[in-house]
Write a protein that binds this ligand. Structure first.
Ligand code: ADP
Ligand code: MG
Length: 655
């Protein structure tokens, strides 16, 4: 929010210094008082931010009140400067000035072009129009034919004067020429110039467009080619002599055609705006052409200055008071100013490009990165599960081998059991047979027993060997040689004879010899605890059974483990399939994003090219237009001169 800046300017007095007026306006600092014999009169004291006495020239007023508006206008802010005051108080002098003391308009024009030329990083397009509001009619001062122009309004342009001529200008001289042309046109159509000028408002308008130069505007990460458009109004108002009273007192004067509606409404608008926030109510901008056109400058989006010009003479005291009251109210108004930026197609494109870039970054930074991370993680998971699967497969193989080994062992054990069973049967059978033989040749059951054991050859059996010892038979009882055929290494009587070199042993003598205490061969029941065949078989069978049981148990456990592993393997296989699908899907998405990006980039390139073409076209058109314009202006001047000449030239008598 920004307050309207208001300054009061006194023009030099026209009354003679010897006039005997007892009342005088006195200025001390920024306070103005009407004094009677140096004593302030109550109700006639005012204070302002800026008061300019008659000694100060236009340059000071410009520097203090206007320069900031001009600078802001170049930067894209709307700006308006009004000159308000009664007729002959110095409004036109303040706005236009003289040759020696150029006014605000020429100073502003000079300043604008100076600044533009110094601003190398932006390019400017300046259009100028000059209009007059007289009797609530808008006339174009640059084109004589354009009278009574209508005001239009639309969303895009806001309020605008339809059909007004806008000159594109490139230097200060050109603008000053146009101003001159406007003044001439004003004079041209009016016989009583003074009466008209005191009742008309002139608005000199400059539209300043700018954007960053191309090399800057195409920087990747900025949107500098947004076009700034600002409107600068320099307004010389109609004389406020009657309106001041109207505005101050809110009285609606009915003066027929002399009522200046625009100025009256301006007073009302200022009154309303100065009331501030809540009491404000409806602001009657639409009630007059002037307030409608200048709406942004009044409580809207514009930096605004009002120069209230006053005449110091005693005769104008009341008018001056009215002007000061108006100024007091106006300084309470606040405007809300902001840069006017228009996004061109190129700027829009750039913004979109940046947005896409941003999205892409976000996609790379988040979504795509996340996707890639997910992809990576899933690949890792897949890899892990493959490793796990391999490990399980190896374990499975080992288990399988172990199982085969166990099964093999079981088979062996079963074979052995079978053998054992067979042996047991055959042992019974041979035992039965040998018992028959023993009956014939008195073979002891022990022999059969040992034979049986020899045949069995079970490593588990801790049995004495068959050739361990042979008990010498008692000769008394044995009629035939008791020595079995296979007892080859057992000494017999013949051997003894041969060993005794033919000496026949007196066996009787032997018998005479007191019998040696022969240690009796331990009987199977007493000294050598040899289990019986059945017992051994049973024991062996038992052990084998136990073994078999253990092996079966192990086998069961292995089977269980195997099925578990197989289950895990299946789950992993399923997971792998899922992960492969995910990876494919993600890869598809990435491809899609890539192709979209390609399309957008292509479109951008195309639009860029189109924009450059358009710019070129516009430049070409402007040049052609300026040339034609120059030609037309000179043609116009010539034709005018010709008309003047024709008018003044004496008409030759017709012969
Ligand atoms: P307005 O436009 O308000 O009717 P003008 O600007 O035409 O008044 O001023 C009336 C007369 O006063 C002009 O002759 C002008 O030259 C003169 N004048 C006004 N202000 C000043 C000033 N500050 N210094 C010198 N002369 C001035
Ligand atoms: Mg004037």
């Amino acid at each position: 929010m920004e307050k309207i800046s208001v300054g009061v300017r006194f023009r030099p007095s026209t009354s003679s210094p010897h006039s005997d007026s007892s009342r005088q306006w006195q200025i001390s600092d920024n306070a103005i008082s009407l004094c009677h014999l140096n004593t302030p009169i109550s109700g006639y004291t005012f204070a302002f931010d800026h008061v300019f006495d008659e000694s100060l020239g236009n340059a000071v007023v410009y520097r203090v009140l206007i320069k900031s508006i001009i600078d802001a206008a170049i930067d894209g802010f709307n700006g308006t400067a009004f000159a308000y005051g009664q007729t002959s108080s110095g409004k036109t002098y303040t706005m236009n000035g003289s040759e020696m003391d150029p006014g605000i308009i020429p100073l502003a024009i000079k300043d604008i072009f100076d600044t533009i030329h110094k601003t190398s990083e932006r390019e400017f397009l300046i259009r100028v129009s000059y209009m007059e509001i007289y009797n609530e009619e808008i006339n174009d001062l640059l084109v004589l034919e354009s009278q009574k122009l209508p005001i239009h309004e639309n969303l895009e342009r806001g309020v605008y004067v339809a059909g007004i001529r806008e000159e594109i200008v490139s230097n200060a001289e050109q603008v000053l020429q146009l101003l001159k042309l406007g003044e001439e046109n004003r004079h041209f159509g009016e016989t009583n110039m003074n009466a008209r000028s005191s009742r008309s408002h002139t608005i000199f308008r400059m539209v300043i467009e700018s954007r960053a130069k191309e090399e800057d505007s195409f920087k990747e990460d900025t949107i500098t080619d947004a076009v700034r458009v600002s409107v600068l109004n320099l307004v010389d108002l109609a004389g406020s002599e009657r309106i001041a009273k109207t505005g101050a007192e809110g009285v609606r004067l009915k003066e027929g055609k002399h009522i200046n509606k625009s100025l009256m409404v301006l007073g009302n608008v200022i009154n309303k705006l100065s009331e501030g926030g809540k009491q404000r109510g409806h602001i009657p901008y639409r009630d007059s052409k002037l307030t409608r056109i200048l709406q942004p400058a009044l409580g809207g989006n514009a930096k605004t200055s009002i120069i209230c010009t006053v005449a110091p003479e005693d005769v104008h005291v009341e008018e001056t008071r009215g002007t000061l009251q108006f100024a007091s109210r106006a300084k309470r108004i606040t405007n809300c100013v902001q840069v006017n930026e228009i996004l061109t197609d190129a700027a829009l494109l750039k913004r979109q490009k940046l947005e896409i870039e941003e999205l892409r970054k976000r996609l790379t930074g988040s979504h795509s990165e996340v996707l890639e991370q997910v992809l990576l993680k899933q690949r890792n998971d897949m890899h892990k599960s493959e490793l796990e699967r391999d490990r399980l497969a190896t374990e499975l193989e080992e288990e399988r081998k172990a199982r085969y080994a166990l099964e093999h062992r079981i088979l062996e054990q079963e074979k052995k059991i079978e053998n054992l069973m067979n042996l047991s049967v055959s042992a019974h059978f041979s035992s039965a047979c040998s018992q028959k033989k023993v009956g014939e040749r008195s073979a002891t059951p022990d022999e059969a027993h040992f034979l049986a054991f020899d045949d069995l050859k079970t490593p588990n059996l801790k049995c004495p060997s068959i050739d361990f010892v042979v008990r010498r038979p008692s000769y008394k009882e044995i009629e035939s040689s008791p020595i079995p055929d296979n007892f080859a290494d057992v000494a017999d009587e013949d051997l003894w004879t041969r060993l005794n070199k033919g000496r026949v042993t007196d066996l009787e003598a032997f018998q005479m010899t007191p019998p040696l205490p022969v240690q009796e061969f331990p009987s199977s029941e007493t000294s050598l605890v040899v289990p019986s065949n059945e017992e051994l078989q049973a024991k062996n069978y038992e052990i084998l059974e136990e073994d078999l049981h253990d092996v079966r148990k192990q086998c069961e456990a292995l089977k269980e483990q195997y099925s578990k592993l197989e289950e895990e393997n299946n789950i992993l296989k399923e997971e792998k399939i899922g992960l492969t699908d995910d990876v494919a899907c993600l890869e598809k998405q990435i491809d899609q994003v890539k192709s979209e990006k390609q399309v957008v980039l292509k479109e951008l390139e195309e639009e860029k090219r189109k924009l450059n073409d358009l710019r070129e076209e516009v430049r070409r058109l402007i040049t052609t237009f300026s040339q034609k314009e120059g030609m037309l202006t000179s043609l116009y001047s010539k034709s005018r001169a010709f008309v003047e000449n024709t008018k003044t030239a004496p008409i030759a008598p017709h012969e």
